[in-house]
Design a binder for this molecule. Structure first.
Ligand SMILES: Nc1ccn([C@@H]2O[C@H](COP(=O)(O)OP(=O)(O)OP(=O)(O)O)[C@@H](O)[C@H]2O)c(=O)n1
Ligand SMILES: C[C@](O)(CO)[C@H](O)COP(=O)(O)O
Length: 229
């Protein structure tokens, strides 16, 4: 199933504490942003990439695209203060296919096979997100005190990509903007329309590079994949 992908890349990486956008940090000598872009550059089903980036970082990103031979980027839009605003900037202009994926530029290890299942499922149901089952015992805590142990059978940890029919994503973003609603992922915006969102089982190594520990995990994932090949 052919798709376009939106990659929000306009974050600050505060929790990484590197003093710069974490997407420029290198794993195995290559910037995190390029690892993520390479996944979609190499996927035959991806017909175009729409990036959101800070204005002052766009020239550096264009240089990286040239250096690493990334040719599928159709547009670099100006990101906003919140992730949702960055995604919104791209949703307003994305065109090309009926299926649109949104994927954190900070998740460089997504598998092609998961992307493919997400695009197929979005084509069938209109909205599908990647997720993994909660593995640990889960508790609801208030003011440092456990309120209850939550049945983890029904708990999923949600990742990106999140895949949508273009019309569903555009309506969800428009309604959120009009209502001043801010969510932490696109599924939340679609859920509030009353539209069902399906889960596609992903992998635990599709981590978001968020804190310094993730750089160590990231290097280990790359090493283990190199050993597999
Ligand atoms: N205003 C924002 C905030 C985030 N993002 C992007 O959304 C993805 C997930 O966000 P997160 O991991 O929270 O990144 P940061 O905002 O950079 O991190 P932090 O919250 O630690 O500052 C990243 O690819 C990030 O670049 C974005 O495009 N625009
Ligand atoms: C969209 C997301 O990756 C799903 O897990 C996540 O919500 C984004 O992370 P953030 O740290 O809340 O920006």
């Amino acid at each position: 199933m052919k798709y376009e992908v939106i990659l929000p890349a306009a974050g600050s990486g505060k929790r990484m504490g590197a003093g710069e956008n974490k997407l420029f940090l290198k794993l195995n000598g290559i910037p995190i942003l390029i690892h993520t872009l390479n996944v979609f550059q190499e996927d035959q089903d991806c017909s175009g990439i729409w990036l959101a980036a800070k204005p002052e970082e766009q020239d550096d990103i264009r240089s990286l695209l040239d250096e690493y031979g990334i040719t599928k980027v159709k547009s670099i839009e100006t990101g906003g203060d919140e992730r949702q605003h960055s995604v919104q900037a791209c949703v307003k202009v994305v065109e090309g296919t009926d299926i649109v994926l949104v994927h954190d530029a900070a998740r460089p290890f997504i598998h092609k096979e998961v992307i493919s299942r997400l695009a197929d499922e979005a084509d069938r149901s209109g909205a599908a997100v990647a997720g993994v089952r909660a593995k640990d015992t889960m508790k609801l805590v208030e003011d440092g005190v456990i309120q209850e142990t939550v049945n983890r059978e029904n708990l999923w940890i949600i990742q990106t990509p999140q895949a949508f029919k273009s019309s569903v994503l555009k309506e969800a973003e428009e309604r959120a903007e009009a209502d001043g609603f801010l969510g932490t992922d696109e599924a939340m915006l679609v859920e509030r329309l009353g539209h069902p969102v399906t889960i596609v089982e992903s992998t635990y190594d599709n981590i978001k590079m968020t804190t310094v520990d993730d750089l160590i995990f990231g290097e280990a994932i790359i090493k283990s994949r190199q050993e597999e090949n």
